[in-house]
Design a binder for this molecule. Structure first.
Ligand code: LCS
Length: 399
């Protein structure tokens, strides 16, 4: 089946049909799970030619696999990129991208509000290899400029950021990166290509924790990188091959299946999230709500310019601080107290003691992750039940 024309078909159609779908070898409409570690060569010359790159073909699943390739084709297509590479986790994707762009003695500039694992990679692990992550407030363009020097190899942003949902201006960041001849890398996990396509806004590389909305069902851990063909070839040939952070064929298959419903899921996540955000905004026990779709969000105007929707994540500051937050999390009945996000099920968690516990107390304060901040991943249940659940749990809090 030929690719649909990206410009003519609508995104939901592309999600269902985008990768072409049919397995070339068998005609199977659902891509088979090629659960094989190795691939037989027709003869010695065939094997040598594939190794030397003279012929295309599969060799070994750490380097490439047809089920993995189906996922990569689809992700590149949906993000509007030339090529993609799948990894065994979002963290494997992020670490491989940084290592592919930096050597010891180099630095990179990144958002200071990041998923806690990314933050710990940037400020604890990479410095052990003499690669310095310079975390700055990337909503302030002057601060970004001031942090870049002649050893800076990339600019990295997470937007909207985990967990405060602050939004960096992708177009403006791309201009800064271009001026300094460095790539702009965007973690697009929270938006997915359904709501935001950073490559069209000037970014060079897009990263996903595909564990979240791409899979969508809370059953797979994976990562994906999208970029130029030449860059992806280098990432596969040198970093996936040598560091080995690959995705399994089964997990790649689960993500291909997840992508088919991405558009309908994201629409419903957003519809529910807006209603939950508005309910919380006017609740007397809530101090402040963080959702890019609210007019009160500090970067609402930028969000409107670069996103076609605002996603399913909502964070809020509860009156009464950590104690009140604990009471809330222990009182919900439909929301599940768990980390991760983007699942069908609604999830609730406490960033300061869970996903962002890798931040020092001081760093938490600097980026506005207070002890009273609660993060919701709004799922696909009936929103009335979600609001009733939050309402009954909030009633149990005595401030
Ligand atoms: N980027 C973002 C924005 C994330 O939220 C996460 C994980 C990652 C990258 C890392 O991806 P992973 O290796 O887990 O696939 N975020 C998580 C969270 O908020 N709770 O648990 C994991």
């Amino acid at each position: 089946m030929a690719h649909l024309n990206f410009k003519k078909a609508h995104f939901a159609t592309l999600c269902v049909h985008g990768s072409g779908g049919v397995d070339e070898a068998t005609g199977a409409l659902s891509i088979p799970i090629y659960q094989s570690s190795t691939f037989a060569f027709k003869n010695a010359k065939h094997g040598a030619d594939i190794f030397s790159g003279e012929q295309e073909g599969y060799v070994y699943t750490r380097i490439g696999n047809p089920t993995q390739a189906a996922l990569e084709k689809e992700m590149a297509f949906l993000e509007g990129g030339e090529a993609a590479l799948a990894f065994g986790s979002g963290m494997a994707a992020i670490s491989s991208v940084i290592l592919s762009l930096c050597q010891s003695g180099d630095n990179f500039v990144s958002s200071d509000t990041l998923y806690g694992g990314t933050h710990s990679l940037f400020v604890d692990t990479l410095p052990r290899l003499a690669i310095e992550g310079r975390e700055v407030n990337t909503t302030n363009l002057e601060t970004i400029e001031a942090a870049i020097d002649d050893k800076t190899r990339l600019l990295y942003i997470e937007s909207p950021a985990n967990p405060t949902l602050i939004v960096s201006d992708i177009r403006a960041c791309a201009k800064i990166a271009q001026k300094h001849h460095i790539p702009l890398v965007v973690d697009n996990t929270f938006s997915t290509p359904f709501f935001q396509r950073p490559l069209e806004l000037g970014a060079d590389i897009v990263i996903h924790s595909a564990t979240k909305y791409i899979g969508g069902h809370g059953d797979t851990v994976a990562g994906v990188v999208i970029g130029k063909q030449e860059y992806i070839n280098n990432l596969r040939g040198n970093f996936l091959r040598d560091l080995g952070g690959i995705i399994s064929p089964l997990n790649a298959w689960l993500l291909v299946r997840g992508l088919k419903t991405l558009a309908v899921r994201m629409e419903r996540h957003q519809q529910n999230a807006i209603k939950v955000a508005k309910f919380l905004q006017f609740h007397p026990k809530v101090e402040q709500v963080w959702y890019p779709g609210l007019a009160t969000h500090p970067q609402h105007e930028i969000a409107k310019q670069q996103m076609s929707g605002f996603g399913g994540m909502v964070s809020f500051e509860i009156k009464g601080g950590r104690k009140a937050g604990e009471k809330l999390m222990n009182s919900v009945k439909i929301f599940t107290l768990a980390v991760s996000l983007g699942d069908v099920d609604s999830l609730i968690e406490h960033p300061a003691s869970m996903t962002h516990s890798t931040y020092s107390e001081e760093a938490l304060k600097e980026v506005g992750i207070s002890q009273g901040l609660v993060r919701l991943s709004v799922g696909l249940e009936d929103v009335h039940d979600l609001i009733d659940d939050l309402s009954q749990a909030l009633r149990k809090i005595n401030i």
